[in-house]
Design a protein around this ligand. Structure first.
Ligand SMILES: [Zn+2]
Ligand SMILES: [Zn+2]
Length: 346
């Protein structure tokens, strides 16, 4: 079968290969992939970022945001059947460790991921532990089904700590998941949504997806704009997606006393934080890792399948599997939102 793999321990080194057909072992599901999204983590693997190097042993088939049809099941799988449409959660969890047992499986001690610890979904077929293959409602478009996983991060970032309902929210960084967060915050009852990004096209999309105020940090100070929009106090919830140190500092300065800060992206290198600013203001910091299982996943499916949010415009570009490298390059060039690979188009 065709597959897109990381081929060597070097920058780029991603290509289409002829891979052996996977099989469903005990507890596994074999899925014929119909759509799969390229995400920031895939980009970090493509760029061979230092943080990904210890986690990947090439050749490794990439992809953890995928949807498709169940073609075969190994022994012991009961929650899905052959022919079902499913979408992949990317956290493969043990179910037995301290964190799984207390309901924090997204932080399992032995967490694995398709496309990282096992072969992933940028392929004609993928075999995964059936625990991560979740049924997709009938009528839900394949592109949306492939985006449940990243959208679930947006939902997690909205629902963590004290949520967004009735509150003022700053989304700092409008990449695909930042934009999804604007839409999710709106759907989940935020009183006012502010969105910041350097890219005008993304700011326009943020506006279209429900932002009340857009901020270009190259033109206006994010913290000042947030304070001006909130009677001088700052936002109640600051969600950091920019992934640069100055972005985190801006969110800290833009958030009011006793506010919540949710970190979804972090700077590449360690960064000194103004600890006294946190101490003085009672602000709390929360690290968003993936989706809490299964509440964030289930809520994401509901919001998307009921049309409560529209993120369909983020599936861009849509490419046949063989042209996957174009998707990576388009992200690198800042020209893509969420590239979707479609095996059958080839
Ligand atoms: Zn992802
Ligand atoms: Zn565990």
């Amino acid at each position: 079968m065709r597959a897109v793999a990381k081929l060597a321990k070097a920058e780029a080194s991603v290509g289409v290969i002829d891979a052996p057909e996977p099989e469903a072992g005990p507890g596994e599901a074999l899925i014929r992939v119909s759509a799969a999204g390229i995400c920031g983590t895939d980009m970090a693997i493509y760029d061979w970022a230092p943080r990904m190097q210890p986690r990947i042993a090439p050749p490794r088939i990439l992809g953890h945001e995928a949807t498709g049809i169940v073609e075969a099941l190994g022994a012991g799988v009961t929650h899905i059947k052959v022919g079902d449409r499913v979408s992949l959660e990317s956290h493969i969890f043990c179910g037995e460790c301290r964190f799984c047992r207390r309901g924090d499986a997204h932080l399992c001690q032995f967490l694995g991921y398709p496309g990282i610890s096992i072969d992933g979904g940028f392929a004609d077929r993928v075999a995964v532990p059936a625990q991560i293959a979740r049924p997709v409602p009938a009528g839900m478009d394949d592109h949306l089904a492939a985006m449940i996983e990243p959208f679930g991060i947006a939902v997690h970032s909205c629902m963590a700590q004290r949520g967004v309902s009735g509150r003022t929210v700053l989304v700092n960084g409008c990449g695909p998941i930042g934009l999804m967060t604007v839409a999710a915050a709106r759907a989940l009852g935020a009183r006012r949504v502010l969105a910041a990004d350097l890219n005008l096209k993304r700011l326009k999309l943020a506006e279209q997806m429900g932002a009340d105020l857009i901020i270009d940090p190259s033109k206006s100070d994010v913290a000042k704009a947030a304070k001006d929009a909130t009677g001088g106090f700052g936002v109640e919830v600051g969600i950091e997606y920019s992934g640069v140190a100055s972005g985190l500092d801006s969110v800290l300065a833009a958030t009011e006393r006793m506010g919540d800060i949710r970190l979804v992206a972090g700077p590449k290198d360690p960064h000194p934080l103004d600890i006294n600013a946190i101490l003085r203001t009672g602000i709390s910091l929360y690290g968003v890792h993936g989706r809490r299982l299964w509440q964030d996943w289930d809520m994401s499916v509901e919001l998307l399948s009921e049309g409560r949010v529209d993120i369909s415009m983020l599936a861009d570009p849509v490419l046949p599997l063989d042209r996957a490298v174009e998707g990576f390059e388009a992200i690198k060039a800042g020209a893509a939102l969420k590239p979707i690979l479609v095996p059958e188009q080839a």
